[in-house]
Design a protein. Structure first.
Length: 205
């Protein structure tokens, strides 16, 4: 078995810039996690890229459950239909294959409450099993509506526009801002004063 090639500091930095965790960075470089960790620690870049709380990564992608490398699905060696589309979408982002922003307008603003970005995965040839990189793109809701079609069906629109109560209520939600989101608010210039009520910045819509 051939010996794995050394990783340069430039490769490590580039992988980390495209991913949200050390595990994802190793996948991006197509090397084992142990090989990646060895060099990331050598360059003192491992600790700073730790993401043990999974910030910005959906719950279903956290942990070490077996999930194929996206290159296998992108190149058609594994059928995409065998997996949850949402998992595939976020795996594309986590493993650095697509930028988490609108392809057209570059929109990538995150909702403070849950750190999500309103983006939809668009398949140019209308084949939702074709994950070839030249066939997929992320679009914001505006550009999906303008270039592809409706984002919401008539029932959704009626519910939104008549302000009908959605499934479930906000009464059961804990709206208290945790330390992480408090820091995000401060980065936006909000809640700097200790006397400010940061909860006023949370949308309950």
């Amino acid at each position: 078995m051939p010996k794995a090639k050394p990783l340069t500091i430039e490769q490590i930095r580039a992988a980390q810039a495209k991913t949200k965790s050390n595990l994802a960075a190793a996948r991006y470089l197509h090397v084992s996690y142990h090989h990646y960790r060895r060099y990331a620690k050598m360059y003192n870049l491992f600790e700073s890229h730790k993401n043990q709380s999974g910030k910005g990564i959906p719950k279903f992608l956290r942990g070490h459950k077996k999930f194929p490398a996206m290159i296998e699905i992108i190149e058609g060696r594994i059928a995409a239909s065998s997996f949850d589309p949402n998992k595939l979408k976020y795996a594309l982002i986590e493993q650095g294959y697509i930028e988490e922003e609108c392809k057209v307008c570059k929109f990538k603003e995150r909702r403070v409450l849950d750190y999500r970005i309103p983006l939809l995965l668009h398949f140019k040839d209308k084949n939702s099993n074709n994950y070839s990189l030249d066939n997929i793109e992320l679009l914001c809701y505006n550009h999906y509506f303008l270039l592809v079609g409706n984002v919401f069906n008539n029932k959704d629109l009626k519910q939104i526009e008549t302000k009908q109560e959605h499934f479930g209520t906000t009464e059961a939600v804990n709206w208290e801002v945790d330390d992480y989101h408090l820091q995000r608010l401060k980065e936006l210039g909000l809640g700097d004063d200790d006397e400010d009520d940061v909860n006023q910045y949370i949308s309950r819509i």
